[in-house]
Each structure stands twice: as structure tokens, then as C-alpha cells.
Design a protein around this ligand. Sequence first.
Ligand code: UDP
Ligand code: MG
Length: 322
Amino acid sequence: MDKITIIVPCYNEAEVLGDFYTAVTAATAGIANAAFYYLFIDDGSRDDTLAAIRTLAEDHQNVRYISFTRNFGKEAAMMAGLDYADGDAVILMDADLQHPPALIPEMIAHWRAGYEDVCGKRTDRADETWFKRTMANLFYRSMQAASRTPLQRDVGDFRLLDHRCVAAMRLLRENQRFTKGLFTWVGFKKKEIPFHVQPRAAGRTTWSYPALLSLAVEGITSFTTAPLRLTTVLGLAVSALALCYMLVVLVDALVYGDPVAGYPTLMTVLLFLGGVQLLSLGIIGEYLGRVFTESKQRPCYLVDERDGEKFDYAALHREVRN
Ligand code: UDP
Ligand code: MG
């Protein structure tokens, strides 16, 4: 009998949790030789999500949960899920039913066939705006070019992980998590299966354009140092150009005795150099910021309650001190 834990990060999902449980239970009922457990992570929801999870846990033996002390973000919620889940495999799934439960039997079939990381690959981004699609394209392209471990394209957080893969993921404790990159980084035998992203069952998405942009920057800075290399190349190129131009100016002045002039060129060069310098500083700053955040070594999340029991921070503190 395979034990499979379904990890569900939840932020303000009170409306859909009941439907989610029913839909997933129905979709998994026909799978032979497998017992399904649920691990809900309440990521500091402001609505009645925690109450809804507690009700589920009371009504069903196979429901466990963790709640956070505040909203730590989906990446942290997924990490907590991987930390606390047990069993032979886990499935990461959104609560809003955008990830079709009907795909689970196929995932499990692939896992039983020997794949250790089976993930859903979205086949249509048609419902998204042209702008969003173009930006996503650009992002994947540049990541592909910049890194040795290519990022899986259009692959979200809907995936099944073998318990070995989960154990490996637990080793990666960085604070600023770009989970998609981490899955790629750990390796293991991967299988992508296509699926259509469903419209949200209820509630609304928490992703805005600024949030997506910062995720992209996060992805790049946590995945590759190529931008730093780029600044070096940029610096070299600009220096080379500057040297050539210096010769031109010198020859002009010495041979032709050009009188002082050229305010426009002066201004152009000055502004260009200023721009390049600020850009390079900005890129360095992004990385420095990451080093700063990681160096504090704070935990990625704080658990408030686990299956009805308040988390004992005093005990943890005593343990760490001794
Ligand atoms: N989520 C979370 N913490 C957050 C934001 C979202 O745990 O701070 C959960 C949310 O409840 C859902 C999943 O992450 O189960 C995906 O979120 P959402 O549907 O808002 O993102 P989208 O599907 O638009 O990418
Ligand atoms: Mg969603």
C-alpha cells in the first residue's frame, strides 16, 4: 500500500476547501493500492480558511494541517508541506482547483513506472494577456541562456515527488525560494505531463504584475550569477569603446588642432557611462541584498499550530540553547 500525501498551501481559500476535498477524493478513489492523506498549510489566511481546515480534519481521518503565525507566502508554505509530509510520495497542489485532480491517477502511474518527479506542464496560456505571455517567454528564454541547468518551461507547482526527492528538497533551506528552480536543481528522473489550467473555482489570485516581476528577479538572482558576468562584459566593452574614442579625440586635437568644442558628445558619453554604472551597481545590489537576507539565517516560516496543538517555541529554544 502506497502512502501518498497531498500538500495544499492555502491562503484565503475558505470557499473552495470543501469542494477541493470532495473533488480530489473522488478523483483518487479508483487508484488501487494507495492511501491518500492531506496536509493543508494555512498560510496566515485572513478569512475562515483555518476554521474550514479544522472542520475537514474533524470529519476526515486522513486530514492533517499546519497553520503559520502570519502570511509567509506560497513558497514557504510549500516548504513547510515538504518538511512535515511523510509517505512514499507527495503531491503538491493548489487549493483553488486550478490543478485538475483528474491528473493524479496519471501522475501516480508514471511514478510507479519509475519517475521521481512528475509535474504538470500547462499546455495553454491562451487565457493570459499577450503582455503576460511575452514576458513569460522572455523570462524562460533568458533563464535558459544564462544557466547550465535549464528551467522546465511552463511547469508550475502541480507535481508529484518521490520521497527521496522530498528528502533532497528539505536540504535546501534558503530563505528566498524560487521553488521551480530548486526542483530543477535537485535533479531526479523527471516526467512532464500536459494539462489545462482550470479557471479559479472561487476567491481570487494574489499575483499582481509587480509580484510576478519580483518573482522573475528572484528567479534570476537565485538561479544564476550570469547578470554579474554581464556587468563585467559590459564594463570591458565600454572601456574598449572609450579607449578608441580617446584616440580619436587625441588625434583630432594633436593633428588637426581642433579647438575646444563638443558639448553634445561630452554629455552623451557622460550620461551613457552614468547609466552603465548605475545599472551595474543595481545588479550588484540585487545580489548583495540576497546575501544580506540569507546571512540572517532566519527560518523560512513559523508554525502556529499543528493538528490542533500550539507549537512550543519555548521548548525549541531550550533545545537550541543546549
Ligand atoms: N497561496 C499561499 N500563500 C500565499 C499566496 C497563495 O499559500 O501567500 C496559495 C493559494 O492558496 C493557492 C496557491 O498558493 O492554493 C496558488 O495561489 P493563487 O491561486 O493565488 O496563484 P495563481 O494560481 O494565480 O498562480
Ligand atoms: Mg490559482
